[in-house]
Write a protein that binds this ligand. Structure first.
Ligand SMILES: [Cu+2]
Length: 100
């Protein structure tokens, strides 16, 4: 639905019924899955990638971890996404360094 900015909706019972039924159903649960990319230094091979992936995967909410060893980046998908502190701890546990 689109209307020019500032235009008033026609005041009809029919439209009011539609609008109020939309409002009534607005309690639908919407899951927002977010992704963030971080830099990790010290990774040189698939072994490193596996170690980092394993540790980050343990964090609450994390659903996917994608490690790019060559680029030194890790893309994390989660709901909610872990913050810097738990990520730093997980990466440190794996033996590498969280670099932002
Ligand atoms: Cu390695």
């Amino acid at each position: 639905m689109s209307a020019p900015a500032g235009a008033a909706w026609p005041d009809t019972p029919y439209l009011s019924a539609i609008l109020s039924s939309r409002r009534a159903s607005s309690a639908v649960t919407i899951t927002i899955v977010s992704t963030r990319s971080i830099a990790v230094t010290g990774m040189t091979c698939d072994h490193c990638a596996s170690a980092v992936r394993a540790e980050i995967s343990k964090l609450p909410g994390v659903t996917d971890v994608d490690v790019d060893v060559a680029a030194g980046t890790v893309r994390i998908t989660g709901d909610p996404l872990p913050g810097d502190a738990p990520l730093r701890a997980a990466i440190d546990e794996a033996g590498y360094e969280f670099a932002g």
